[in-house]
Design a protein around this ligand. Structure first.
Ligand SMILES: *Cc1c(COP(=O)(O)O)cnc(C)c1O
Length: 413
């Protein structure tokens, strides 16, 4: 595939006017919202929508208990609190993930410790995790990134050996399963996000799942002002906060969940078609999906361009793809083990408590942050023409390394 790059004045390969919008009404969301608005019960303390969603989503993920909350970040905070994590405790998190995974630990004064990820699938590397455990470690957060499931068997073995809690950050993995079992209650607690970019959304929102009744009660109390299920309104047995979802969100999420399986099937079909079209392209590496991921959450689509990454041309390639009409192309995360925002706070906590600052070497993450290209969530809802066009655009852009290099030189003066 040749022809002048659209970035350099050529004509774009793809028409972006048909690119799908997200979030979108995919089922009965409008009727659901109206049902709540006319009911007089707008809060989950008086209505039944959030409670029903908690039951329905937990059942969908094959988990005994579900507790909804305001967003995925707070779901992680609640999970860490319920797991007994506190001031100065170390929490092992992957260095390649959304910043919230690490920031959640800092919100309760715990110290995130960064584990590197695997080069072929961007998921937390259990071998590195095992080397990071100290007497201060209390929990590990496995992130099921892009919808692919982390190596739960290996992580559970480490957690068991050292008496650690294992938390699943499944913000990107609704509908995903590991060895035939849906994620969320495989570890001690699993958290999800319903923020507007996720596959299932109410604009904002989150939920914690668990199989452990004691953890379920602790999670409930933390997001319900320290109350216990069935207890009195002013009976605050533990320290908690009002971190509840509204009935409007609960009702919208129920409608989204009802439509979810059909959309997931569509995303799965799209991912298979896209991978087949991308497979032969020179210089492009598809993410490996381990056989243990028996259902993929199909949130982000992660690709690598190692040759372009080494030369610092990844961002130019993303710009070129966007110019061709690949609206979902994105450069992705920055290395969290180098984030000043996180490290400043983590070091302040460790220093104040007289604890050693954790080591922070994650060379694979450094490489991946330089050579990964994502296709965002909406790409897998696009029609076949768009998907085939995405592959054509990759072939066109990746075959014109010299043009990208000249472009970057010119841009840098
Ligand atoms: C989106 C996301 C979160 C945070 O969820 P919010 O609802 O935005 O707070 C946490 N972890 C991962 C991996 C995410 O993708």
């Amino acid at each position: 595939m040749s022809g002048t790059l659209a970035l350099l004045g050529g004509s774009p390969l793809l028409d972006t006017t048909t690119y799908p919008a997200w979030p979108a009404v995919v089922g009965d969301e409008v009727a659901a919202a109206e049902r709540v608005l006319t009911s007089g019960a707008w809060g989950s303390n008086v209505g039944g929508e959030v409670k029903a969603f908690e039951r329905e989503f937990a059942e969908f993920q094959q988990a005994p208990h579900g507790t909804a909350t305001v967003n995925g970040t707070i779901a992680l905070v609640a999970a860490l609190k319920a797991a007994g994590v506190g001031l100065g405790d170390e929490v092992i998190v992957p260095s390649y993930t959304f910043i919230a995974t690490a920031a959640a630990a800092l919100m309760i004064g715990a110290v995130p410790v960064f584990a590197d990820v695997r080069a072929d699938d961007h998921l937390i590397d259990p071998e590195h995790v095992a080397t990071l455990v100290t007497p201060r470690t209390r929990a590990v957060i496995a992130v099921h990134l892009a919808g692919a499931v982390a190596d739960m068997d290996a992580l559970a073995a480490i957690a068991q050996k050292h008496g650690l809690r294992l938390i699943e950050d499944a913000a990107q993995a609704a509908g995903a399963s590991y060895r035939g079992r849906r994620v969320g209650a495989i570890g001690d607690i699993g958290t999800f996000s319903f923020q507007s970019s996720k596959n299932l959304t109410s604009g904002e929102g989150g939920i914690m799942l668990t199989a452990d009744p004691a953890l379920a009660e602790a999670l409930y109390s933390f997001v319900n002002v320290g109350r216990v299920p069935g207890g009195g309104w002013y009976e605050h047995r533990t320290l908690g906060y009002n971190l509840r979802l509204t009935e409007l969100q609960g009702a919208v999420l129920r409608a989204q969940l009802a439509a979810f399986p059909a959309l997931q099937e569509r995303r799965e079909r799209a991912a298979v078609r896209l991978d087949a079209a991308l497979a032969g392209i020179d210089g492009l590496r598809l993410a490996r999906v381990d056989a243990s991921t028996t259902e993929h959450g199909r949130h982000l689509h992660m690709l690598r361009v190692p040759g372009l990454g080494e030369q610092g041309l990844r961002d130019a390639a993303v710009a070129a793809l966007k110019a061709e009409g690949v609206a979902g192309a994105f450069g992705g995360y920055v290395p969290l083990h180098r984030s000043e925002a996180l490290l400043g706070e983590a070091d302040a906590i460790a220093d104040r408590l007289g604890q050693p600052r954790p080591a922070r070497e994650c060379p694979v993450t450094d490489t991946l942050c330089a050579d990964t290209i994502w296709l965002d969530q909406r790409t897998l809802l696009a029609d076949d023409d768009h998907l085939d066009g995405v592959a054509e655009a990759f072939a066109k852009v990746l075959s014109q390394e010299d043009a990208l290099r000249d472009h970057v030189k010119k841009e840098n003066g």
